[in-house]
Design a protein around this ligand. Structure first.
Ligand code: F6P
Length: 322
């Protein structure tokens, strides 16, 4: 393999730049040419492809977002879109890809391999941490710390006013951010999509609150079953009109900012591992770090298997809120 390309795809996450840097430098270290594809599969279709040198990735390890930009491409889901993308890769002689992204991105890469034989290794980049085959995804740790910083601030005002706050964090299908932030932020309860809400949750939380707590923080994953923080707060107010909860939706703030040291190191390890896997002839696999060891997981598993939320941590939330 003489030429590879790297791209970022799907939602961005802090640490993607550190991963791009690692891919470029590992390729140069192993004496292969490396290209950058801008705007994920969109750029592949439009031929937005440039050679990358060691200086192209200078001074980016500390930056959030992705210098290559990212997109969610509808056209790439069609055979005609993939054909255009393949032609552009062929034009540059690109034989292998490193795809930094999540589920949808790995699905696209798999299709490209099935139809045109282009080899691809994935590096899991999403703040949601919902990819099977790795303990942590790039950006999760930073997003958790960003949300935690917000919660610490909300605590100050919650305590001053004796108020309950519902804080909604990202996680369309997964509660990893909510659970982590909930424990670290001393939340009274955590609502996640993976666990059914108790049918009496309002009574359980708010009769107890009336007894002992003057204020509280409740962390809610956006994808929880009842529809998110706004709806939960509304239900509380309907049942106990004397409680006047506030809602804060942290949203895309969680996706930006300087990556933590954990994410920079994770992303650097994954970038180098991805290039070295391609050089060993591997394809259609996602790199991961499991128990601090680099691993490879077939795309089919990374896409279809569900990473479980920790029941131990869910239990911890309960114990810490007696
Ligand atoms: O997948 C990461 C994620 O941040 C989810 O947590 C969130 O639901 C989604 O992306 C938001 O996507 P968009 O930026 O397209 O609104």
């Amino acid at each position: 393999m003489k030429k590879i390309a790297v791209f970022t795809s799907g939602g961005d996450s802090p640490g993607m730049n550190a991963c791009i840097r690692a891919v470029v430098r590992a390729a140069i270290y192993h004496k292969i040419e490396v290209y950058g594809i801008r705007r994920g599969f969109e750029g592949m279709i439009e031929g937005d492809i440039e050679p990358m040198l060691t200086q192209s990735v200078a001074n980016i390890i500390q930056r959030g977002g992705t210098i290559l930009k990212t997109a969610r491409s509808k056209e790439f889901m069609t055979p005609a879109g993939r054909k255009k993308a393949y032609k552009n890769l062929q034009k540059h002689g690109i034989e292998g890809l490193v795809c930094i992204g999540g589920n949808g991105s790995f699905t696209g890469a798999l299709k490209l391999h099935e139809e045109y034989g282009i080899r691809c290794i994935g590096a899991p980049g999403t703040i949601d941490n919902d990819l099977y085959g790795t303990d942590f995804t790039i950006g999760f740790d930073t997003a958790v710390n960003t949300a935690l910083d917000a919660i610490d601030r909300i605590r100050d005002t919650a305590e001053s006013h004796n108020r309950t706050f519902f804080v909604e964090v990202m996680g369309r299908d997964a509660g990893f951010i909510a659970l982590q932030v909930g424990i670290a932020g001393g939340a009274e309860a955590v609502f996640v999509p993976e666990v059914e809400n108790h049918k009496d949750w309002i009574e359980q939380l708010f009769s107890k609150r009336k007894r002992k707590k003057s204020f509280s923080i409740i962390v809610v994953a956006e994808g929880e079953e009842e529809g998110g923080a706004m709806i939960l707060a509304q239900k509380v107010k309907e049942k106990y009109p004397e409680i006047d909860p506030r809602v804060t939706i942290l949203g895309h703030i969680q996706r930006g900012g300087t990556p933590s040291s954990f994410d920079r190191i994770l992303a650097s390890r994954m970038g180098v591992a991805a290039v070295e896997a391609l050089l060993k002839g591997e394809t259609n696999k996602a790199v991961g770090i499991v128990n601090n060891q680099e691993t490879l997981t077939p795309f089919e598993d990374a896409i279809s298997l569900k990473k479980d939320i920790s029941q131990n941590l869910m239990r911890l939330v309960k114990i810490l809120n007696v």
